[in-house]
Design a protein around this ligand. Structure first.
Ligand SMILES: [Zn+2]
Ligand SMILES: [Zn+2]
Length: 423
């Protein structure tokens, strides 16, 4: 059992931070990478926030900064990240010429309180979240640990080519990858490996390639009507709550598509202030997904119509804003082959999948497409983790045996990339 990678996983598991507030997380990652001798980029050099929708507000940022200080982040290090610049990019130069290989891991947690049950290993062993508002419920704590372990193993430079490690914030919600692209972090990259732990695979199984990514679009709709007395002047009101409720029902009535698998979810509805006031405001948060980018765009177009029409029916103004998204992607056979070859050389791997069905979304797809658009190749690797509960649930956990396996797979894939004639 590899202690370093497990120790790191537990340190990050205990300190979960959500999208664009990964202050302690990114400062700690950068410090560890510098200690290992890597060239590290942080702040605006690693991420461009100028086009990011729905960034956390000043109060949320200030609260997150105080928490990071309480966890020991130093003021000098924090300064670079405090506006939400929480990406970290690190470069390693190999001893011989070769391709530039990027590995992307995501680092954010979810807004979800962690289970305190004694059956939940992090609670039982004392490394559950120190903050009740967030939890590493998707395995990104493990991704960070594997990324650092990879840096440790490659830090001597005994490989051909260059390695770039991308520690990406804000995967949940689908905003971090696009923002990192804005800082040109993929310049010169010939091959990209994206990693996820778990996703239904048991420990010992590894997917060298995946398919079935959902493109998605996340929208926020703000309904603005007019409040009024519920008994004395109801006709003077313009009911934003009712418009939002009608829009919700209408959104779930969007059609299925013959050409793609789709999903619709309204996950947020806040409205009104008191039972005796016609609700003047309401806010909906929703997402649309499809296994085809075109169908996802069409779903979004129709969803906007439903929202606007529900507002118009009640004379309520509607403002719609896209707050995140991801696209579909395909894994390149050459990249899948390199990983599959690496996986087959590992005795601890018992099941190898070359085209595993992903069945969810990840904005790594934007990075994969960007590399492919520049003539490079990419694959999305899944390393089995045997969680007792689904991703995004309070009892989610990874079997830590997956961490060493993931590091072995990626190390061998990175080292093996230079031997691939297609790169
Ligand atoms: Zn997730
Ligand atoms: Zn995830």
């Amino acid at each position: 059992m590899d202690r370093y990678v497990i120790r790191q996983r537990r340190v990050f598991h205990a300190r979960p931070e959500t999208a664009f507030t990964e202050f302690w997380t990114s400062v700690t990652i950068a410090a560890e990478l510098r200690r290992l001798g890597l060239r590290v980029r942080t702040g605006p050099e690693a991420i461009d926030l100028s086009q990011v929708p729905a960034l956390p507000g000043p109060a949320d940022l200030a609260q997150a900064a105080d928490r990071a200080r309480a966890w020991g982040a130093g003021e000098d290090d924090l300064r670079a990240v405090l506006a939400g610049h929480t990406a970290v990019v690190a470069d390693l130069e190999g001893a011989a010429p070769g391709p530039t290989v990027a590995v992307r891991v995501d680092i954010d947690a979810l807004p979800l309180p962690e289970s305190t049950s004694s059956g939940h290993l992090p609670a039982r062993e004392g490394f559950a979240a120190l903050d009740r508002e967030a939890m590493h419920a998707c395995g990104h704590d493990g991704h960070i640990a594997v990324g650092l372990e990879l840096a440790r193993r490659l830090s001597a430079g005994d490989f051909a080519g260059r390695v770039r490690l991308l520690f990406q914030p804000a995967e949940e919600g689908g905003r971090g990858a696009r923002a990192m692209l804005g800082a040109d972090v993929l310049a010169g990259v010939d091959r990209l490996y994206a990693l996820h732990l778990g996703l239904g695979l048991p420990v010992g199984d590894v997917a060298a390639g995946t398919h079935g990514f959902f493109a998605n679009s996340k929208l926020r709709a703000v309904f603005t009507g007019r409040p009024s007395h519920a008994a004395a002047a109801p006709e003077e009101g313009r009911n934003a709550l009712l418009a939002a409720a009608q829009a919700t029902v209408g959104l779930y009535a969007l059609p299925r598509f013959a050409t793609a698998d789709t999903r619709v979810n309204v996950g947020v509805l806040h409205a009104g202030t008191a039972p005796n006031i016609v609700a003047g405001t309401a806010e909906l948060g929703l997402e649309l997904r499809a296994t085809s980018g075109e169908v996802c765009d069409e779903l979004e177009r129709r969803a906007r119509n439903v929202l606007t029409a529900a507002g118009a029916a009640g004379e309520v103004a509607v403002r719609i804003e896209q707050i995140g998204g991801a696209t579909t992607a395909r894994c390149d056979p050459a990249a899948v082959r390199t990983v599959a070859r690496a996986v087959r050389s590992l005795p601890e791997v018992t099941g190898v999948h070359e085209n595993y069905r992903f069945g969810a979304s990840d904005d790594a797809t934007l990075l994969m497409r960007a590399v492919q658009a520049n003539g490079g190749t990419a694959t999305y690797v899944v390393v089995g983790a045997s969680s007792p509960a689904p991703h995004h649930s309070p009892e989610f956990d990874i079997d830590e045996a997956c961490l060493g396996i993931a590091a072995d797979v990626l190390e061998r894939a990175v080292r093996g990339t230079a031997e691939d004639p297609a790169v």
